[in-house]
Structure formats: structure tokens, C-alpha cells
Design a protein around this ligand. Sequence first.
Ligand SMILES: [Zn+2]
Length: 245
Amino acid sequence: MSKYIDQIKKLVELQGIDSEMIKLKNRLVEAPKHLEELQASLESVDEQISHVKERLDLLTQQKKKLGQDIEDDSNKVKKSKNKLMMVNNTKEYHAMMREMDNLEKLNRFREDEMTNLIEDIQVHQEKMEELTSQRKSVNEELAISQSTLDSEMEDINKRIRVLEKNRKKACADVPVPILARYNFIKDRLNNPVIVSVRRGICTGCYISIPPQSFIEIQKGEQILSCPNCQRLIFWEEHFNNQDND
Ligand SMILES: [Zn+2]
């Protein structure tokens, strides 16, 4: 019985190492994901910034051209007004008046367009400010996340190296055929490999152990597998009793 208990204890120890190893290796995969998300969000902000900038450049160009057109035509109107004094031909006078009128109408229309352009530019400038501050905060978070990740990864890798050494030691203590059985299950089933039986139920698959197997397991003579999930099983009470000794 004590040899049996000893073997189970070593397997449970091995299980503890493997469980921690699995958790750490998952963390190695999961940890960089937040950083990748931040990088993606930075790229998306940059894309929006370049889009808004393009639009702002275009609007600014339009504003400049429109301002020039307004100025040119209002100069034309001023010149015409001066010339008007010197015209004595009625037909020519009316033609000039009509032209001035058209230019003034055109400029009034342009002034409205200018108002819209200025509003549009303002909206885009506000959007740009918002995106720029968003970019700054994502960038800061990225820098923090990067340095935390680097140190976390380093710690995990250190711990994994310790566990690998511990695992070798723990394996050396387990008889070869039992270790082979453990590794066989480890490669084929989800963790854990060895589980306790509590109140007649396998804590790996939560299904009742058949009475015959339950009688066998209580004898504590050989390492049994759960008939349902195939995990190695031991009777919890054996260890409760040991603790009381
Ligand atoms: Zn089971």
C-alpha cells in the first residue's frame, strides 16, 4: 500500500508541474495578444489620420482658390465701377452694369460656398485633433504594454526552465511503465492526466466509477484508469487518511 501511495504522490507531483507548464505556455501565447490589438488600433488611427489629412489638404486648396476667385472678381468690379464714370455710350453702360451685376452675384454665391468650406475645414480640424490625441494615448499604452510584456515573458521563460528541470527530477522517481502510461494519456487527453475519485465520482470527467472499479481502487494495490475518460485515478480518502497520520 505505501509503495502504491508513494507512486500516486509522485504522479500528482508530476501533474502539478505539467499543469503549471501548460498554464505558462498558454500565457506565452495569450500575453502578446493585447499588444497586437494595440498595434492594430494604432494602424487604424494612422489610416484615419492620413485620410483626414488628405481631405483637409484638398479643402484648404479649394478655399485658397475660391478666395483668389472672389478677390479677382471683386477687383474687376472695382475697376469697372471706375470706368463706368467715363462711359457715355448707354449701350456700353448697360453692358458693363450687367457684367458687374453678374460678377457680384457670382461672388455672393462664392461667399456662401466659402462659409461651407470653412465649416467643413473646422470639422476636419477637430477630427484631426481628436485622432492625434487618440494616437498619443494608444502609443503610450503600447510602450507600457511592450515593456510589461517583455518582463512577463522573461519571467515565464525562466519559470518554464525551472519546471523543465523539476519535471526531469520528478520523472526519474516514477517507474518507467507508469511514466509511459502517464505520458501516453498526457499526449491524448486534455489536462489533467491523474485525478482523484471523490464520493465515487471521477473528478476528471465527473462520471461515477463502476462499483467493481471503486472496490479495486480502495484496495490501493495498482494504479487504475477511469473506465470512462481513461485518466489515472486514485481514491481521495487514501490521502485524507495519510494527512491524519
Ligand atoms: Zn473519468
